[in-house]
Design a protein around this ligand. Structure first.
Ligand code: SF4
Ligand code: SF4
Length: 140
């Protein structure tokens, strides 16, 4: 077997992990422990190619209470198209989990979109409705 293909990380679950999982469950309204890691959400997601990590890995990280998931781009890319929600054999809605993670980031006042970085010329050609929608979705 080729070296370097297997990534094993030892995770020690403590009260902080449980607290994080619980918080995401509260915000999303989803029972995250029902996820059986079948990968259907990842295989069905039309935007998985744009994501840095798959929706099923996002779910697993939340199950484990790993706050590192907040560094994923996955939940910002999720377009809430509900394909995964319709197909999940456990009746979970990963898009609600993605929404909960966005909320956690925004509540911490970590804005994904920095309006000051949009140049004057760029701002002139960007559709106003897209700017307003992005501000609602990506700023706290
Ligand atoms: S489809 Fe459902 S059960 Fe399967 S990995 Fe995704 S969230 Fe988990
Ligand atoms: S709701 Fe989000 S994660 Fe689920 S299939 Fe659509 S884009 Fe992918």
């Amino acid at each position: 077997m080729k070296q370097g293909f297997l990534r094993i990380k030892r995770i020690l679950l403590g009260p902080k992990n449980r607290e994080f999982s619980k918080k995401v469950e509260e915000l999303s309204g989803e029972t995250i422990n029902l996820c059986e890691q079948c990968g259907t959400c990842s295989g069905s997601c039309p935007l998985v190619g744009e994501m840095d990590q798959t929706p099923s890995l996002m779910m697993r990280m939340v199950q484990l209470g790993e706050e590192e998931v907040l560094n994923f781009k996955t939940f910002w890319i999720c377009a809430s198209c509900y394909t995964c929600s319709v197909r999940c054999p456990r009746g979970i809605d990963p898009s609600k989990v993605a929404e909960a993670l966005r909320q956690l980031k925004l509540r911490a006042a970590i804005d994904y979109l920095d309006l000051s970085k949009i140049g004057e010329e760029e701002a002139k050609i960007l559709p106003q409705i897209a700017l307003v929608a992005a501000m609602r979705k990506f700023t706290g």
